[in-house]
Design a protein around this ligand. Structure first.
Ligand SMILES: [Zn+2]
Ligand SMILES: [Zn+2]
Length: 377
Protein backbone atom coordinates (compact mmCIF):
# COMPACT_ATOMS: atom_id res chain seq x y z
CA UNK A 1 0.00 0.00 0.00
CA UNK A 2 1.31 3.50 -0.83
CA UNK A 3 1.21 5.73 2.27
CA UNK A 4 -0.27 8.78 0.48
CA UNK A 5 -2.98 6.81 -1.30
CA UNK A 6 -3.72 4.61 1.75
CA UNK A 7 -4.11 7.58 4.13
CA UNK A 8 -6.31 9.35 1.56
CA UNK A 9 -8.55 6.24 1.43
CA UNK A 10 -8.75 6.09 5.23
CA UNK A 11 -9.47 9.85 5.36
CA UNK A 12 -12.54 9.22 3.17
CA UNK A 13 -13.62 6.50 5.60
CA UNK A 14 -13.33 8.97 8.49
CA UNK A 15 -15.22 11.71 6.62
CA UNK A 16 -18.00 9.22 5.87
CA UNK A 17 -18.17 8.28 9.56
CA UNK A 18 -18.27 11.97 10.56
CA UNK A 19 -21.19 12.41 8.14
CA UNK A 20 -22.87 9.37 9.68
CA UNK A 21 -22.85 11.08 13.10
CA UNK A 22 -24.94 13.80 11.47
CA UNK A 23 -27.11 11.86 8.95
CA UNK A 24 -27.44 8.28 10.08
CA UNK A 25 -30.16 8.75 12.66
CA UNK A 26 -32.41 10.32 10.01
CA UNK A 27 -32.21 7.39 7.57
CA UNK A 28 -32.87 4.79 10.28
CA UNK A 29 -35.71 6.84 11.79
CA UNK A 30 -37.43 7.00 8.38
CA UNK A 31 -37.07 3.21 7.94
CA UNK A 32 -38.53 2.57 11.40
CA UNK A 33 -41.40 5.00 10.74
CA UNK A 34 -42.19 3.24 7.41
CA UNK A 35 -42.10 -0.16 9.12
CA UNK A 36 -44.30 0.92 12.00
CA UNK A 37 -46.94 2.55 9.79
CA UNK A 38 -46.95 0.67 6.48
CA UNK A 39 -45.63 -2.89 6.96
CA UNK A 40 -47.68 -5.53 5.16
CA UNK A 41 -46.56 -8.58 7.20
CA UNK A 42 -45.45 -9.19 10.77
CA UNK A 43 -42.37 -11.37 10.45
CA UNK A 44 -40.89 -12.53 13.80
CA UNK A 45 -37.58 -10.67 14.19
CA UNK A 46 -35.89 -13.75 15.75
CA UNK A 47 -36.77 -16.44 13.17
CA UNK A 48 -34.25 -18.09 10.82
CA UNK A 49 -36.53 -17.41 7.85
CA UNK A 50 -36.55 -13.65 8.56
CA UNK A 51 -32.76 -13.74 8.94
CA UNK A 52 -32.16 -15.20 5.46
CA UNK A 53 -34.90 -13.13 3.85
CA UNK A 54 -33.33 -9.96 5.30
CA UNK A 55 -29.87 -11.00 4.06
CA UNK A 56 -31.23 -11.58 0.53
CA UNK A 57 -33.40 -8.45 0.57
CA UNK A 58 -30.58 -6.14 1.69
CA UNK A 59 -28.19 -7.61 -0.90
CA UNK A 60 -30.78 -7.30 -3.68
CA UNK A 61 -31.40 -3.64 -2.81
CA UNK A 62 -27.64 -3.05 -2.59
CA UNK A 63 -27.27 -4.28 -6.17
CA UNK A 64 -29.76 -1.63 -7.36
CA UNK A 65 -28.34 1.16 -5.18
CA UNK A 66 -24.90 0.38 -6.57
CA UNK A 67 -26.10 0.09 -10.15
CA UNK A 68 -27.96 3.39 -9.87
CA UNK A 69 -24.80 4.94 -8.39
CA UNK A 70 -23.00 4.11 -11.65
CA UNK A 71 -25.81 4.72 -14.12
CA UNK A 72 -27.30 7.97 -12.74
CA UNK A 73 -24.92 10.88 -13.23
CA UNK A 74 -25.75 12.78 -10.01
CA UNK A 75 -25.38 9.61 -7.93
CA UNK A 76 -22.13 8.76 -9.72
CA UNK A 77 -20.87 12.22 -8.70
CA UNK A 78 -20.94 10.88 -5.10
CA UNK A 79 -20.00 7.23 -5.67
CA UNK A 80 -16.95 8.03 -7.89
CA UNK A 81 -15.04 8.65 -4.61
CA UNK A 82 -14.92 4.89 -4.06
CA UNK A 83 -13.34 4.45 -7.49
CA UNK A 84 -10.87 7.33 -7.24
CA UNK A 85 -7.89 5.26 -6.06
CA UNK A 86 -5.44 3.90 -8.63
CA UNK A 87 -4.55 1.12 -6.19
CA UNK A 88 -6.68 -1.86 -5.22
CA UNK A 89 -6.21 -2.85 -1.59
CA UNK A 90 -8.14 -3.13 1.67
CA UNK A 91 -7.86 0.63 2.34
CA UNK A 92 -9.88 1.27 -0.86
CA UNK A 93 -12.73 -0.57 0.88
CA UNK A 94 -12.84 2.37 3.34
CA UNK A 95 -12.86 5.00 0.58
CA UNK A 96 -16.54 5.89 0.70
CA UNK A 97 -18.67 8.90 -0.18
CA UNK A 98 -20.13 10.99 2.64
CA UNK A 99 -23.24 11.90 0.61
CA UNK A 100 -23.95 8.56 -1.04
CA UNK A 101 -25.69 7.05 1.98
CA UNK A 102 -27.97 10.04 2.16
CA UNK A 103 -29.14 9.72 -1.46
CA UNK A 104 -28.96 5.90 -1.67
CA UNK A 105 -31.04 4.98 1.39
CA UNK A 106 -34.35 5.40 -0.49
CA UNK A 107 -33.55 2.20 -2.44
CA UNK A 108 -33.80 0.24 0.82
CA UNK A 109 -37.11 1.75 1.94
CA UNK A 110 -39.35 -0.85 0.18
CA UNK A 111 -37.78 -3.41 2.57
CA UNK A 112 -39.50 -1.56 5.43
CA UNK A 113 -42.78 -3.07 4.22
CA UNK A 114 -41.52 -6.52 5.22
CA UNK A 115 -38.22 -6.63 7.15
CA UNK A 116 -38.09 -5.62 10.86
CA UNK A 117 -35.68 -2.69 11.45
CA UNK A 118 -33.38 -4.71 13.76
CA UNK A 119 -32.83 -7.30 10.99
CA UNK A 120 -32.44 -4.64 8.30
CA UNK A 121 -29.80 -2.65 10.21
CA UNK A 122 -27.85 -5.79 11.15
CA UNK A 123 -27.72 -7.07 7.57
CA UNK A 124 -26.86 -3.66 6.16
CA UNK A 125 -23.80 -3.65 8.43
CA UNK A 126 -22.92 -7.26 7.50
CA UNK A 127 -23.23 -6.37 3.83
CA UNK A 128 -20.86 -3.43 4.26
CA UNK A 129 -18.40 -5.50 6.29
CA UNK A 130 -18.39 -8.28 3.69
CA UNK A 131 -17.37 -5.80 1.03
CA UNK A 132 -14.21 -4.81 2.90
CA UNK A 133 -12.13 -7.94 2.25
CA UNK A 134 -12.88 -8.19 -1.48
CA UNK A 135 -10.60 -5.19 -2.16
CA UNK A 136 -7.41 -7.17 -2.73
CA UNK A 137 -5.19 -8.30 -5.59
CA UNK A 138 -3.74 -11.11 -3.45
CA UNK A 139 -6.59 -13.62 -3.86
CA UNK A 140 -6.72 -14.70 -7.48
CA UNK A 141 -9.69 -17.11 -7.53
CA UNK A 142 -11.98 -18.90 -5.07
CA UNK A 143 -13.04 -21.74 -7.39
CA UNK A 144 -16.74 -22.66 -7.36
CA UNK A 145 -17.53 -19.85 -4.86
CA UNK A 146 -16.99 -17.46 -7.78
CA UNK A 147 -20.34 -18.62 -9.17
CA UNK A 148 -22.38 -17.33 -6.26
CA UNK A 149 -20.41 -14.80 -4.22
CA UNK A 150 -18.90 -11.45 -5.02
CA UNK A 151 -15.18 -12.12 -4.71
CA UNK A 152 -11.93 -10.13 -5.09
CA UNK A 153 -11.73 -11.45 -8.68
CA UNK A 154 -15.17 -10.03 -9.57
CA UNK A 155 -14.64 -6.80 -7.65
CA UNK A 156 -11.32 -6.09 -9.41
CA UNK A 157 -13.33 -5.95 -12.64
CA UNK A 158 -15.76 -3.53 -10.97
CA UNK A 159 -12.88 -1.16 -10.09
CA UNK A 160 -11.25 -1.31 -13.53
CA UNK A 161 -11.32 1.68 -15.89
CA UNK A 162 -10.63 -0.37 -19.04
CA UNK A 163 -13.57 -0.66 -21.41
CA UNK A 164 -14.70 -4.22 -20.60
CA UNK A 165 -14.83 -3.39 -16.85
CA UNK A 166 -17.09 -0.31 -17.06
CA UNK A 167 -20.56 -0.67 -15.45
CA UNK A 168 -20.00 -4.31 -14.47
CA UNK A 169 -20.21 -6.46 -11.30
CA UNK A 170 -22.36 -4.31 -9.03
CA UNK A 171 -23.13 -7.09 -6.52
CA UNK A 172 -22.50 -6.67 -2.78
CA UNK A 173 -22.30 -10.14 -1.24
CA UNK A 174 -23.77 -12.18 -4.11
CA UNK A 175 -22.71 -11.97 -7.75
CA UNK A 176 -25.86 -13.80 -8.90
CA UNK A 177 -27.74 -10.49 -9.34
CA UNK A 178 -25.22 -9.45 -12.01
CA UNK A 179 -25.56 -12.81 -13.72
CA UNK A 180 -29.38 -12.48 -13.69
CA UNK A 181 -29.57 -8.82 -14.80
CA UNK A 182 -26.81 -9.00 -17.45
CA UNK A 183 -24.13 -6.83 -15.81
CA UNK A 184 -21.61 -9.61 -15.10
CA UNK A 185 -18.10 -9.62 -16.59
CA UNK A 186 -15.40 -12.23 -16.00
CA UNK A 187 -11.85 -11.05 -15.21
CA UNK A 188 -9.61 -11.42 -18.29
CA UNK A 189 -6.34 -13.13 -17.34
CA UNK A 190 -4.41 -11.64 -20.25
CA UNK A 191 -5.56 -8.03 -19.93
CA UNK A 192 -4.14 -5.98 -17.07
CA UNK A 193 -6.79 -4.05 -15.15
CA UNK A 194 -6.06 -0.32 -14.76
CA UNK A 195 -7.66 0.81 -11.51
CA UNK A 196 -9.15 4.24 -10.86
CA UNK A 197 -11.42 6.68 -12.64
CA UNK A 198 -11.46 6.87 -16.44
CA UNK A 199 -10.35 10.51 -16.06
CA UNK A 200 -8.16 10.21 -13.03
CA UNK A 201 -7.79 13.09 -10.57
CA UNK A 202 -4.22 13.81 -9.44
CA UNK A 203 -5.12 14.62 -5.83
CA UNK A 204 -4.72 13.40 -2.25
CA UNK A 205 -7.17 15.99 -0.90
CA UNK A 206 -10.17 14.01 0.41
CA UNK A 207 -12.53 17.00 0.50
CA UNK A 208 -11.80 17.79 -3.16
CA UNK A 209 -12.22 14.14 -4.21
CA UNK A 210 -15.53 13.94 -2.34
CA UNK A 211 -17.00 16.97 -4.10
CA UNK A 212 -15.26 17.85 -7.38
CA UNK A 213 -17.42 15.66 -9.64
CA UNK A 214 -20.63 17.59 -8.83
CA UNK A 215 -19.15 20.44 -10.90
CA UNK A 216 -18.86 18.07 -13.90
CA UNK A 217 -22.59 17.27 -13.61
CA UNK A 218 -23.38 20.99 -13.41
CA UNK A 219 -21.20 21.76 -16.46
CA UNK A 220 -22.87 19.00 -18.51
CA UNK A 221 -26.29 20.32 -17.42
CA UNK A 222 -25.31 23.85 -18.51
CA UNK A 223 -23.93 22.67 -21.87
CA UNK A 224 -27.17 20.87 -22.89
CA UNK A 225 -29.91 22.44 -24.98
CA UNK A 226 -33.57 21.91 -24.02
CA UNK A 227 -34.99 20.79 -20.67
CA UNK A 228 -35.18 17.13 -21.75
CA UNK A 229 -31.44 16.97 -22.43
CA UNK A 230 -30.69 18.99 -19.31
CA UNK A 231 -32.65 16.52 -17.19
CA UNK A 232 -30.95 13.59 -18.94
CA UNK A 233 -27.54 15.15 -18.14
CA UNK A 234 -28.41 14.70 -14.45
CA UNK A 235 -30.30 11.41 -14.33
CA UNK A 236 -28.76 9.34 -17.17
CA UNK A 237 -25.34 7.68 -17.14
CA UNK A 238 -22.08 9.67 -16.93
CA UNK A 239 -21.27 8.69 -20.56
CA UNK A 240 -24.73 9.53 -21.93
CA UNK A 241 -24.85 11.93 -24.87
CA UNK A 242 -27.95 13.32 -26.68
CA UNK A 243 -29.53 10.69 -28.92
CA UNK A 244 -27.43 7.89 -27.38
CA UNK A 245 -28.51 5.05 -25.01
CA UNK A 246 -28.82 5.61 -21.21
CA UNK A 247 -25.22 4.58 -20.42
CA UNK A 248 -23.72 5.84 -23.69
CA UNK A 249 -21.96 3.91 -26.45
CA UNK A 250 -18.68 2.06 -25.94
CA UNK A 251 -17.16 3.76 -28.99
CA UNK A 252 -17.64 7.17 -27.30
CA UNK A 253 -15.83 6.06 -24.12
CA UNK A 254 -12.06 6.49 -23.78
CA UNK A 255 -9.99 3.33 -24.06
CA UNK A 256 -7.84 3.62 -20.91
CA UNK A 257 -4.31 2.30 -21.41
CA UNK A 258 -1.62 1.63 -18.80
CA UNK A 259 -0.75 4.96 -17.18
CA UNK A 260 1.60 6.28 -14.54
CA UNK A 261 -0.04 6.44 -11.11
CA UNK A 262 -0.28 9.87 -9.48
CA UNK A 263 2.43 9.89 -6.83
CA UNK A 264 4.48 12.51 -4.97
CA UNK A 265 7.71 11.49 -3.29
CA UNK A 266 8.20 12.88 0.23
CA UNK A 267 11.14 12.28 2.60
CA UNK A 268 10.65 9.48 5.16
CA UNK A 269 10.52 11.92 8.13
CA UNK A 270 7.64 13.80 6.47
CA UNK A 271 5.68 10.61 5.74
CA UNK A 272 6.23 9.49 9.36
CA UNK A 273 5.06 12.89 10.63
CA UNK A 274 1.89 12.71 8.50
CA UNK A 275 1.12 9.14 9.64
CA UNK A 276 1.42 10.24 13.31
CA UNK A 277 -0.81 13.29 12.75
CA UNK A 278 -3.33 11.15 10.88
CA UNK A 279 -3.35 8.81 13.89
CA UNK A 280 -4.06 11.86 16.12
CA UNK A 281 -7.07 12.65 13.89
CA UNK A 282 -8.32 9.05 14.21
CA UNK A 283 -7.98 9.16 18.01
CA UNK A 284 -9.78 12.52 18.10
CA UNK A 285 -12.58 11.12 15.93
CA UNK A 286 -12.95 8.26 18.39
CA UNK A 287 -13.23 10.90 21.13
CA UNK A 288 -15.96 12.71 19.21
CA UNK A 289 -17.90 9.53 18.37
CA UNK A 290 -17.94 8.54 22.05
CA UNK A 291 -18.92 11.89 23.52
CA UNK A 292 -20.72 13.87 20.82
CA UNK A 293 -24.15 13.36 22.40
CA UNK A 294 -23.00 15.17 25.56
CA UNK A 295 -21.09 17.95 23.74
CA UNK A 296 -22.52 21.39 22.96
CA UNK A 297 -23.43 22.00 19.25
CA UNK A 298 -20.59 24.57 19.01
CA UNK A 299 -18.09 21.98 20.30
CA UNK A 300 -19.34 19.39 17.78
CA UNK A 301 -18.99 21.91 14.91
CA UNK A 302 -15.49 22.91 16.13
CA UNK A 303 -14.56 19.23 16.34
CA UNK A 304 -15.86 18.43 12.84
CA UNK A 305 -13.98 21.47 11.41
CA UNK A 306 -10.82 20.31 13.20
CA UNK A 307 -11.11 16.78 11.78
CA UNK A 308 -12.00 17.71 8.19
CA UNK A 309 -9.57 20.67 8.14
CA UNK A 310 -6.78 18.40 9.40
CA UNK A 311 -7.48 15.71 6.80
CA UNK A 312 -7.46 18.38 4.07
CA UNK A 313 -4.12 19.86 5.19
CA UNK A 314 -2.63 16.34 5.48
CA UNK A 315 -3.79 15.82 1.85
CA UNK A 316 -2.08 19.09 0.78
CA UNK A 317 1.11 17.91 2.50
CA UNK A 318 1.00 14.60 0.59
CA UNK A 319 0.59 16.62 -2.61
CA UNK A 320 3.63 18.70 -1.53
CA UNK A 321 1.82 21.96 -2.28
CA UNK A 322 4.06 25.04 -2.01
CA UNK A 323 2.13 26.58 0.92
CA UNK A 324 1.29 23.33 2.70
CA UNK A 325 3.90 23.87 5.44
CA UNK A 326 2.42 27.29 6.29
CA UNK A 327 -1.09 25.78 6.45
CA UNK A 328 0.23 23.00 8.68
CA UNK A 329 1.90 25.57 10.96
CA UNK A 330 -1.40 27.47 11.22
CA UNK A 331 -3.37 24.26 11.84
CA UNK A 332 -1.08 23.21 14.71
CA UNK A 333 -1.11 26.71 16.25
CA UNK A 334 -4.92 26.99 16.06
CA UNK A 335 -5.37 23.52 17.57
CA UNK A 336 -2.90 24.13 20.42
CA UNK A 337 -4.76 27.39 21.21
CA UNK A 338 -8.21 25.76 21.03
CA UNK A 339 -7.12 22.93 23.33
CA UNK A 340 -5.55 25.38 25.79
CA UNK A 341 -8.75 27.46 25.86
CA UNK A 342 -10.77 24.26 26.30
CA UNK A 343 -12.81 25.04 23.16
CA UNK A 344 -12.11 21.51 21.88
CA UNK A 345 -13.21 19.15 24.61
CA UNK A 346 -10.51 16.54 23.91
CA UNK A 347 -10.09 13.79 26.46
CA UNK A 348 -6.32 13.78 25.83
CA UNK A 349 -4.83 17.09 26.97
CA UNK A 350 -1.32 15.92 25.98
CA UNK A 351 -2.34 16.71 22.38
CA UNK A 352 -1.75 20.37 23.35
CA UNK A 353 1.98 19.69 23.63
CA UNK A 354 1.86 17.53 20.50
CA UNK A 355 0.44 20.39 18.40
CA UNK A 356 2.59 23.05 20.07
CA UNK A 357 5.83 21.16 19.36
CA UNK A 358 4.66 20.48 15.79
CA UNK A 359 3.93 24.22 15.34
CA UNK A 360 7.43 25.08 16.62
CA UNK A 361 8.95 22.62 14.18
CA UNK A 362 7.01 24.04 11.21
CA UNK A 363 7.82 27.66 12.12
CA UNK A 364 11.53 26.76 11.99
CA UNK A 365 10.99 24.81 8.76
CA UNK A 366 9.06 27.68 7.09
CA UNK A 367 11.77 30.15 8.16
CA UNK A 368 14.36 27.91 6.53
CA UNK A 369 12.34 27.64 3.32
CA UNK A 370 11.92 31.44 3.18
CA UNK A 371 15.60 31.97 3.93
CA UNK A 372 16.54 29.70 1.02
CA UNK A 373 14.09 31.56 -1.26
CA UNK A 374 15.50 34.98 -0.27
CA UNK A 375 19.08 33.77 -0.77
CA UNK A 376 18.11 32.39 -4.20
CA UNK A 377 16.71 35.78 -5.21
ZN1 LIG B 1 -18.97 1.07 -7.70
ZN1 LIG C 1 -15.12 -1.48 -4.15
Amino acid sequence: MRINDGITSMSHGLIQEIGRLIFRGGESALYIWMYENYRIVDLPWDSVFTWYLAALGVDFCYYWVHRASHEIHILWAQHQVHHSSEDFNLAVGLRQSVLQGWCGFVFYLPLALIIPPSQFLTHQQFNLLYQFWIHTETIKSLGPLEWIFNTPRHHRVHHGSVLYCLDKNYGGTLIVWDRIFGTFAEEKEKEEIIFGLVYNQPSFNPLFLQTFYNMNVYNKFEAMNGWQNKLSAIIKGPSWLPGKPWTGLDEDKPDVKKREKYDVHLPTWCNTYLVIHFAAVVISFHDLAQHYVSLSPISVIAFVCYLIGSLTVIGFMFENRPNACILELMRCLILATLIQKNALELSMPFLYWFFLLSAMFWSLHCLRVFEVKIKDQ
